[in-house]
Ligand binder design. Structure first.
Ligand code: NAD
Ligand code: IPM
Ligand code: MN
Length: 459
């Protein structure tokens, strides 16, 4: 989705990386590598500083969000790339409340932008819907509502127990998110804004939403604004998602409707989000959680995190790099280069290999491999992973050992390897615009023989 606002549009950026728990620790490093590759091509200075905040640290040291962390992030970083928090060993989810909700509240990231965009027709479970039908933005209020943690227990653990969770809504808080949704629509040429609440049952908190909405919408006569109760919205978005451009709603309903939207566009593995306070340090994360059921298996889909990274690059004002990430995701989906959640057989790390078009040289005398061949990276020594753009004759003795000659031109690399034909390979289209002369290439090595020559003994 277009039109994420700018932090500063400056030439360099400093990013705090919080991988967190579970698959957050698998997908986030992949996204960081992809960002590094994209920004290296355009020579943008970008610095990543990783923080180990999460369940392990919380269980080990009792620390969730360290003292001073908020001020440090606010003053010393442009953005935060976040993975996910949640661990079965912390059933209270206290560390997630402290870190994730803590950052949303304390950095005052009042806009939670969650685009729902179908990137390939085959990914939606809705019959007869195509890419052009599913393209909308959910704006979730991100600092108030039922999330503020006001409440308590009375007579806890007894038969007479009472539990209270307060829904806190301020006029200023409601107004700024509704106004933001209208402004976003106007600035991006979108014609429809739908505000959703449950004012028929929540007659105080959501009465405020109703009144503020009625006031603000008067300033946006050019936009077709409507209201739907949240239960009806859940039904309508499935029945006909073409009705919606921009949806704005409260914290809890935004959480729920964005998971529903994510599934309409292919599932949680693909859904990105941005937690924004315009102009200030903001936080970017996939919509999904730590997925303990698949953590550690290498099958987590990294594309939600990559698309969240694209939102982050756009927020920094780095549109070409953001576009490169999005194009690469689209290309991977087009070619069904995907993880098992989308029906593929790729692993979490494969997307990065595809993105950078690394030339992989197997150690010792094994034949060279192309990144597209499903080679588990653990089987390779790190020095055998060579970005194609760095390929220079004589620079990598290992390559010569493996019997390869490489000649680099502006747009292609020529290879010669025993048992392999030499061939030119074009730059992949999703990266080419970033580096018109950088020589980043997709290298495909083809075997030139089909059968080994018979040995003298068998003759
Ligand atoms: P979840 O999003 O972690 O997983 C829901 C389902 O989607 C699971 O079947 C999971 O395997 C699948 N899934 C999610 N992301 C995927 C990916 N990238 N690739 C492939 N499959 C993916 O939600 P949950 O199971 O309800 O929650 C697990 C933990 O995560 C809980 O502790 C929860 O509180 C936490 N959580 C954290 C965040 C966050 O940090 N932003 C968001 C949601 C949930
Ligand atoms: C999300 C998550 C969080 C939320 C949880 C982990 C508190 O579900 O980011 O969507 O409800 O905001
Ligand atoms: Mn959620």
């Amino acid at each position: 989705m277009p039109g994420i606002p700018l932090r500063n549009g400056g030439p360099a950026a400093r990013i705090a990386v919080i991988p967190g728990d579970g698959i957050g620790r698998e997908v986030t490093p992949q996204a960081v590598k992809v960002i590094r590759a994209a920004t290296a091509l355009t020579k943008r200075p970008i610095e990543f500083v990783e923080f180990d905040w999460g369940a392990d640290k919380y269980l080990r040291e009792g620390i969730s969000l360290p003292p001073g962390a908020v001020e440090m992030l606010r003053d010393e970083f442009d953005a935060i790339l976040f993975g996910a928090l949640g661990d079965p060993r912390v059933p209270s989810n206290q560390h997630a409340a402290d870190i994730l909700l803590g950052l949303r509240f304390k950095l005052d990231l009042y806009v939670n932008a969650r685009p729902v965009e179908l990137l390939h027709d085959r990914l939606t479970p809705l019959r007869d819907r195509t890419e052009k039908d599913i393209r909308l933005m959910v704006f979730r209020e991100n600092t108030e509502g039922l999330y503020v943690g006001v409440g308590g227990f009375f007579k806890k653990g007894t038969a007479d127990e009472i539990a209270v969770q307060e829904d806190v809504n301020s006029r200023k808080g409601v107004e700024r998110i509704i106004r933001y949704a209208f402004e976003y629509a106007r600035q991006n040429g979108l014609k429809r804004v739908c505000m959703s609440d449950k004012s028929n049952a929540m007659t105080f908190a959501h009465d405020l939403w109703q009144r503020v909405f009625k006031t603000v919408r008067q300033e946006y006569a050019d936009i077709d604004s409507r209201h739907l109760y949240i239960d009806t919205l859940a039904m309508e978005i499935v029945r006909d998602p073409r009705q919606f451009d921009v949806i704005v709603t409260c914290n809890l309903f935004g959480d729920i409707i964005s998971d529903l939207g994510a599934q309409l566009a292919g599932g949680l593995g693909l859904a990105p989000s941005a937690n924004i306070h315009p102009g200030k340090t903001s936080l970017f994360e996939p919509v999904h959680g730590s997925a303990p059921n698949i953590a550690g298996k290498g099958i987590a889909n990294p594309l939600g995190s990559v698309l969240a990274s694209a939102m982050m690059l756009e927020y920094l004002g780095w549109k070409p790099e953001a576009g490169a990430l999005r194009n690469a995701v689209r290309a991977a989906l087009r070619q069904n280069y995907v993880t098992p959640d989308l029906g593929g057989d790729k692993r979490c790390w494969h997307f990065y290999l595809r993105f950078t078009n690394c030339v992989i040289i197997m150690p010792s005398r094994n034949p060279p491999m192309c990144a597209h061949q499903a080679t588990p990276p653990e089987a390779l020594v790190p020095s055998a992973l060579i970005p194609a753009r760095n390929c220079r004759r004589n620079q990598y003795p290992r390559m010569m050992t493996a019997g390869i000659g490489i000649r680099k031109t502006n747009t292609s690399v020529r290879t010669r390897a025993r048992g392999y034909s030499s061939m030119y390979a074009p730059m992949t289209p999703e990266i080419a615009p970033l580096a018109p002369s950088a020589g980043t290439v997709e290298l495909r090595l083809k075997r030139t023989w089909s059968k080994p020559a018979p040995s003298p003994q068998t003759r």
